[in-house]
Write a protein that binds this ligand. Structure first.
Ligand code: SF4
Ligand code: SF4
Length: 473
């Protein structure tokens, strides 16, 4: 025991497993929506600190906005391009191709995610009258942004983190990994070919063989999913998908601007062409869980997906991980015993046998039975009376789905990763503290109703936004 060090501390300390209790009164709004520091005074309506004469004030004709002449606009664009060219030529930090490429990503406002994107242009203030379509990397004579595979991954990780992705990982796409892609999706054959860019037809999706690398990143899911009996629970699900779509449009703009491909299909529903779970496990975003999807060491089972895209930019791969979670699942079974449809296996041993044609082959796991699960996402008589509530109980109930400073916090996670001998103790304690009691205990550490959520303290409520980084970490 001594040699384990942290274990002794973890078991002895009651705070290691005691749930963080939030004070409901503290979390309920006091009536104030905005909260400014004490020194801010509220003053009279329509009477801001700048003097306004409402009699003099007239609705403004925006045609009067100051505009450059055509010649001046051209001059400004060329001046900006010259400044940019100088930065790129001199590799000036903050003014390199990858810096401008991030801006191109952020400027993207499209929400539909194509297979790939055309080369974006770099005019960021306005377009030049002489070239309204703008100047691409090639027009400017800039070579591709290219470093070694480690630095390339670091570049992508820094930008994708800014766009909202987490735990950015990479896989080298060899013949084995290609098997994780579907052979056919929506009646389109999916294949890899010696082509320069991806092609989609009415009957096929062709991915270039030169896209030998894949980036996989985690899209965490809001704990509001705990309100699974009502619509509020779906905020976590759909918020996660649409966040992923926004991220993918930005990523495609960013990577294309640097001269490389970023191949995705649909964004947020990238699983149209492959199993995102498979990639998440192989890339090391998490381990496979008994629930048959990715368990993240940070977010537990509460992740919407491990989004992915292929690229021809060489990347150094990241290996799979072992945080003791797969081993923990062998004895835990909590998701399985809470699942209202019995879709999650309660067997002791994993199996190579699929539970039906909805499972793939080649994994020794606890294959989920989707035929039993899916009705619980909206079929009459399956606990989804609200029609849009769905289920997600397995995700919320998972022992690893906790706030970072609560039950399974870092000490316990460290113990689980080091040894399996306390696994059943931790599982018992998780129950003892009342976690994951299904439809009636929405968000584990906070027993909050959907109605109270509308009146929450906007500053203090711990799950402020939909995605990680905004009240999660
Ligand atoms: S979503 Fe619900 S029904 Fe489906 S596996 Fe999870 S707990 Fe079971
Ligand atoms: S609830 Fe338990 S068995 Fe299920 S995925 Fe989480 S750790 Fe594994």
């Amino acid at each position: 025991m001594k040699s384990l060090g942290l274990v002794g501390a973890g078991i002895a300390s009651s705070t290691a497993i005691t749930p963080k209790v939030f004070d409901l009164d503290e979390l309920a709004a006091s009536g104030e929506i905005r909260k400014y520091p004490w020194f801010v005074k509220e003053i009279g309506f329509k009477n801001p600190t700048v003097e306004v004469d409402w009699k003099l004030l007239k609705s403004y004709d925006s045609n009067n906005v100051y505009k450059f002449t055509t010649e001046e606009t051209e001059q400004m664009v060329q001046n900006q391009l010259n400044t940019m060219k100088k930065g790129v030529a001199n590799n000036t930090p903050g003014m390199t191709l990858r810096d401008f490429a991030v801006l191109e990503g952020l400027r993207t406002t499209m929400l539909s995610v194509p297979l790939t994107r055309d080369e974006p242009s770099f005019n960021y203030t306005t377009t030049a009258p002489s070239k309204p379509a703008g100047y691409t990397r090639k027009d400017l004579g800039w070579p591709k942004w290219e470093l070694n595979p480690e630095e390339n991954l670091r570049t992508l990780a820094s930008a994708i983190h800014l766009f909202g992705g987490r735990d950015i990982s990479a896989i080298e796409v060899d013949e084995d990994v290609k098997k994780i892609f579907f052979s056919n999706a929506s009646n389109k054959a999916i294949r890899f070919e010696d082509i320069d860019a991806p092609i989609e037809t009415a009957s096929s999706i062709s991915i270039p063989n030169k896209c030998k690398w894949m980036v996989v990143f985690t899209i965490p899911q809001s704990r509001l999913s705990g309100f699974s009996h009502v619509t509020t629970g779906k905020y976590g699900v759909y918020g996660g998908y649409s966040d992923a779509a926004v991220m993918m449009t930005r990523i495609q703009g960013f990577i294309r601007a640097m001269g490389w491909l970023a191949v995705n299909k649909g964004g947020g529903t990238g699983s149209q062409i492959a199993s995102n779970t498979g990639f998440g496990v192989v890339a090391g975003n998490g381990e496979l869980g008994r629930c048959d999807y990715v368990l993240s060491p940070k977010y537990g089972a509460l992740i919407r997906l491990t989004e992915f895209f292929l690229t021809d930019m060489p990347l150094s791969p990241t290996p799979p991980i072992d945080a003791g979670m797969w081993r923990f699942c062998q004895t835990c079974k909590k998701c399985g015993s809470m699942c209202p449809s019995s879709a999650i296996s309660l067997e002791n041993e994993p199996t190579w046998e699929p539970s039906g044609p909805w499972n793939g082959t080649g994994r020794k796991c606890y294959p989920i039975n989707y035929k039993l699960c899916l009705p619980w996402r909206g079929m009459p008589g399956h606990g989804a009376e609200a029609g849009t509530g769905g289920c997600s109980q397995c995700q919320v109930a998972c022992v690893f789905t906790k706030l970072n400073d609560s039950s399974i916090h870092d000490v316990i996670k460290g113990t689980v990763a080091t040894t399996g001998i306390f696994d059943s103790f931790f599982r018992t304690m998780d129950d003892a503290f009342g976690y994951g009691k299904g439809f009636t205990s929405p968000i584990n550490e906070i027993f909050f109703s959907p109605e109270q959520w509308w009146n929450r303290d906007l500053d203090k409520f711990p799950f402020k936004g939909r995605v990680v980084g905004d009240g999660w970490e």
